[in-house]
Ligand binder design. Structure first.
Ligand code: PAF
Length: 323
């Protein structure tokens, strides 16, 4: 009996390394993003994984993990402790300052405008800035138009925002906008948001409908206003050392996977925009669909002047007037 058990254990020990280490010639890479698997980032990440694994006959495997501190995840991608991240541009401007121009409020008219700019010359020029900062910008993905939620009151005009403590991303363009509106912007990582709302450290936050739905923010926020005050791009970023080691054929696989991720991600944003508001009402949120956009834009005039100085009026107009 004891001999049989010893033999069994010896057998298990012999096969264990094979079971827990990648097969010979197989490379496992890690992709992180901040949201649940069923979200618009989650489906994009899955499309990336499936495409990489299919086209490489599983020579590459992709592990998807959640990290809702986007700044940390970008740093990890920069130093190479992970290979890929999908992140909103929120913290990206702290690494690639040229991308901050995209975070200006009311810059994009609609999704077609934003996607057109990011998929075109302007988007490519901005992605070309990443390598100088130790990152590779593979493709523009999407987070969506951001809307304000809070626990104090219905918001339909800039006066309603005055005095609200609003969690913002760690993004100076967004912070300036909320300061200009008379709110009290409180920057923090998304990982800190729910406790901050529960403890009343902040009254509100702003995020696209797909984020509010996927993260059940209705459980901690009562009022939603469709302010659509800023378009929030996302970007798929890779580690340069990893990507530069790939053969051209393998690099093409990752580029193809990035394209598949963009398609899946944007389709999910479109779907969530169509169904999300009704879903949030069903979950009990009070939704204000019509807000005074012109009044918000007028109230932001001093911020717009500051952005023109920072980024150049011509650069901003080039994006704004894109057709
Ligand atoms: O609010 C944020 O920090 C971002 O929109 C989020 C939810 C992490 C998605 O990129």
């Amino acid at each position: 009996m004891r001999t049989t058990r010893r033999l069994l254990l010896a057998g298990l020990a012999a096969i264990a390394p094979a079971a827990f280490t990648p097969a010979a010639g197989q490379t496992t890479v890690t992709l992180t993003h901040a949201l649940p698997p069923a979200s618009h980032y989650g489906v994009g990440a899955l499309a990336f994984k499936e495409t990489v694994e299919r086209l490489s006959n599983s020579r590459f495997r992709v592990t998807i993990q959640r990290n809702d501190n986007e700044r940390e995840a970008i740093e990890a991608t920069q130093i190479g402790t992970q290979e890929f991240v999908i992140t909103s541009t929120g913290p990206v401007g702290n690494f690639v300052p040229e991308t901050l121009v995209l975070d200006i409020p009311f810059l994009f008219r609609d999704y077609a405008h934003a996607r057109g700019v990011l998929d075109g010359e302007i988007g490519r020029e901005l992605l070309a800035r990443f390598p100088a900062r130790g990152l590779v910008g593979l493709a523009w993905m999407e987070n969506g138009f951001r809307n304000l939620t809070n626990n104090r009151r219905e918001v339909s005009s800039p006066e309603d925002v005055r005095g609200l403590k609003v969690r913002t991303m760690e993004n100076q363009v967004h912070m300036r906008a909320f300061q200009t509106l008379g709110a009290l912007p409180t920057p923090m990582a998304f990982s800190e948001l729910v406790p901050a709302l529960q403890q009343g450290t902040v009254d509100g936050q702003e995020n696209p409908i797909p984020v509010i739905v996927a993260n059940n923010l209705n459980q901690v926020q009562r009022f939603l206003s469709l302010t659509r005050h800023v378009y929030s791009p996302a970007v798929l970023i890779g580690n340069p050392a990893f990507l530069n080691r790939l053969s051209p054929a393998d690099r093409a696989i990752f580029d193809e996977a990035a394209k598949a991720a963009v398609v899946a991600n944007r389709n999910k944003v479109t779907e969530d925009e169509q169904n999300g508001v009704a879903e949030l009402r069903r979950r009990g949120m009070t939704v204000r669909e019509t807000v005074d956009t012109a009044a918000f834009q007028a109230a932001l005039a001093p911020a717009f002047q500051a952005y023109a100085q920072q980024f150049g009026a011509a650069t901003i107009e080039r994006i704004r007037n894109w057709r």
